[in-house]
Design a protein around this ligand. Structure first.
Ligand code: PMP
Length: 395
């Protein structure tokens, strides 16, 4: 067999596969074991049947051929209007590329921002695909730690120092944040903007959790003064409308960069199915109340976790201000996040993600996804806290 490319072999950078626990949990489930799964960001509710009806109708109406590669005009217009309204930055369809999920948007944005061998910064803890996405464009991921004592808000000075040291050309940020639930404050965003300006960075702002903010409202990074010209914003229907499997996202940015990314789409995905795009257009037309309904269970379950945390002294958490996860600090048990998650799965059939899957700054934590119906979720929490107490007592 001929050699595979270095690039594809190096995608994981020699690190453990961050998804290992998830695959183990899925294998147990496939073997008939009743696993309570709090791993990936997948809603327990499923896509609204009204959206699925729109999808079905669109398919029957003939939207089954190749769709326009940048996205159908009506959807690009709708996304542009939605983002302009939120940020105050005027956008048109020329600023929008529709992609098969936010993940493809992250790839396209890094492809546009980075050359081979360039450094791309990302804030640690980070969503597990970030390093591989940066490596997939031939670049080098560089983590900049956000600290639990800062509520996982990154510091501009740390970003600027890392950029100067590595010559980085891009910075990937994510607010509301997966895995920490941090929502960056206006001050944090301005601090990041200052570093981006000083070090001439592209900012790739992953805003796929924009509809899940528990206090106040989402602050788009591109709205910070002077930032629109250096920002590529990634969005998605996955989290806001429980459409994870439909694979519909977008990248928004300056029109000339979007034109380049359309060329990339032509040579990779060749667009997103027309009936999915029509369904997304319908879904966005349902308005903010539909998004609030999708988000509501995560706020409720976040409060369940925080009440449990408040009732004991062993496990801690930085209270999440958004997204669908809680990072629990398990260091009091004496276990690493990997060991805690592995033993919890084996002994109690509850699956959570080790913090180490999200970078060094999240070591000694586990990420709990708020993604089971309330009763099952409460049962999973019972098992997790009981397990932690037993481990701490035995240590
Ligand atoms: N960014 C973040 C932070 C995520 O958590 C996810 C999915 N879990 C994505 C991007 C990608 O989402 P999708 O491709 O489904 O839009």
């Amino acid at each position: 067999m001929p050699d595979r490319s270095k690039r594809i072999r190096a995608l994981l950078g020699g690190e453990d596969d961050a998804w290992d626990i998830f695959y183990r949990a899925r294998a147990m489930k496939a073997a008939g074991e009743p696993v309570l799964e709090l791993t990936i960001g997948e809603h327990d509710t499923g896509t609204d049947p009204a959206i699925l009806d729109a999808m079905h109708r669109a398919a029957l109406d003939g939207h089954t051929g190749y769709a326009s590669v940048p996205g159908i005009a009506a959807l690009r217009d709708r996304i542009a209007a939605r983002m302009s309204e939120a940020s105050g930055v005027p956008l048109s369809r020329d600023n929008i590329l529709v992609t098969p999920g936010g993940q493809a948007g992250l790839f396209a944005a890094h492809h546009a921002a980075l050359d081979e061998g360039d450094a791309g910064l990302m804030i640690d803890p980070y969503y597990a695909t970030y390093p591989g996405t940066i490596r997939a464009v031939g670049a080098r991921p560089v983590a900049v730690a956000a600290r639990p004592e800062d509520g996982f808000q990154p510091r501009g000075a740390d970003i600027a120092a890392a950029a100067r040291e590595t010559g980085a050309r891009s910075l990937l940020i994510n607010s509301p944040n997966n895995p920490t639930g941090a929502v960056y404050s206006a001050d944090t965003l301005d601090d990041i903007a200052g570093a981006a300006e000083a070090c001439d960075l592209w900012v790739i702002s992953d805003e796929v959790y924009e509809s899940q903010v528990w206090n106040g409202r989402h602050l788009p990074f591109a709205a910070r003064p002077g930032m629109a010209a250096r920002t590529l914003t990634v969005g998605s229907m996955s989290k806001s409308h429980a459409m994870t499997g439909s694979r519909l996202g977008w990248v928004a940015g300056p029109a000339d960069v979007v034109a380049d990314m359309i060329q990339l789409a032509t040579h990779t995905t060749y667009g997103v199915p027309g009936y999915i795009q029509e369904a997304a257009l319908f879904a966005l037309g349902l308005g903010p109340e539909a998004e609030r309904i999708v988000a509501a269970p995560f706020l409720r379950r976040r409060d369940l976790v925080l009440a449990r945390i408040g009732a004991q002294n062993l496990l801690r958490a930085v209270p999440p201000e958004g997204a669908m996860y809680v990072m629990i600090d398990v260091r009091g048990t004496g276990l690493s996040g990997v060991d805690f998650a592995g033993a919890l799965l084996e002994e109690t059939r509850v699956a959570v993600m080790p913090g180490e899957s999200f970078g060094k700054a999240a070591a000694g934590h586990v990420r709990v996804a708020l993604t089971l119906p309330d009763d099952a979720f409460a049962e999973a929490l019972d098992r997790l806290f009981t397990f932690a107490e037993a481990r701490a007592a035995a240590a």
